[in-house]
Write a protein that binds this ligand. Sequence first.
Ligand code: FE2
Length: 345
Amino acid sequence: MKILGIESTAHTFSIAIAEKKNREKGKKGEKEEKIKILSNVSDKYPSTLEGYIPRKLADHHAEVFSKLLKEAISKANISLSEIDAVAYSQGSGIGHCLHVGFVAAKALSSMLDVPLVPVNHSVGHIEIGKELYCKTNDPLVVYVSGGNTQIMTLDKTAKRYHVYGETIDIGIGNFVDVLGRTLKLTPPDAVGVVRAAEKGKQFIDLPYTVRGMNLAFSGLQTYIEKKVLPEVANGKYNVDDVAFSAQETAFAMLCETVERALCHTNKKEVLLCGGNARNQRLQEMLKSMADEHKVNFAVTSFEHSGDQAAMIALTGIKMLEAKCPDLKSTIPRQRFRTDASCICW
Ligand code: FE2
């Protein structure tokens, strides 16, 4: 089975092709084949000081669609007629962007006369981590991105992810992106914060907001704007120290809740996934915690951490094979929580 996946929830438009071969019968019985990613091509709208304007993102996605479709097909070395289904990122995400991906996927699936598979974006991030990077099939999931920060495990009876803790305001990725713009870093996003944080030396005390198993980041952002930036202007601190202290504080908050969830669930593996899983300092802190508890630490690769369509195509294969009930509702869902998806595979 070959599935073409489309991702378009935010600043990235991406097309991928994933394949799962039929089960082979060998001497030792049936052998379950791993899903292979045949191609995974993306085009990201650049970050600017004005932030992301939904209409501009949607225009970008519509413009790059044809080019990426040709690239994805050519890299996979297949023809379009070999595609058995088209999966797309159903949500959560920015409405304008989601609709470009939906219309493209719907048009392709109608033209090829193959099923349209709606995939929860967050579940895609988790499934690619479990399929390609985990040692176990039942990790404690730490999902960190612009829109989300969630600590979860799979409830096999309910066929849903159970959220143990999450942000109660903005995602950790949104926090660092806004910080990058506030500090006018280059680039003005999470990458700029990482580069500045590496040069920071002085730790500044910042608000640390953990409420039970939940986290809040907007107070940290407001405190930096109102109390710390004036001190940067008068020379007491520099922006590198602010970036360093903000990262250390936010990541320590996350590590505290992850550690508590780990002790509570007794899982043997921690999976870090989502766009901000690329942050090496966050990886280092979570790995050190996992090592102390003698559990495996898994993290998605740089390519498979950010938004990309490989995770959509891969999850689409799992949904189709399991005849998932979520296949019935195909229109985009701007607010589609991770724990609202049926996980029946
Ligand atoms: Fe994402």
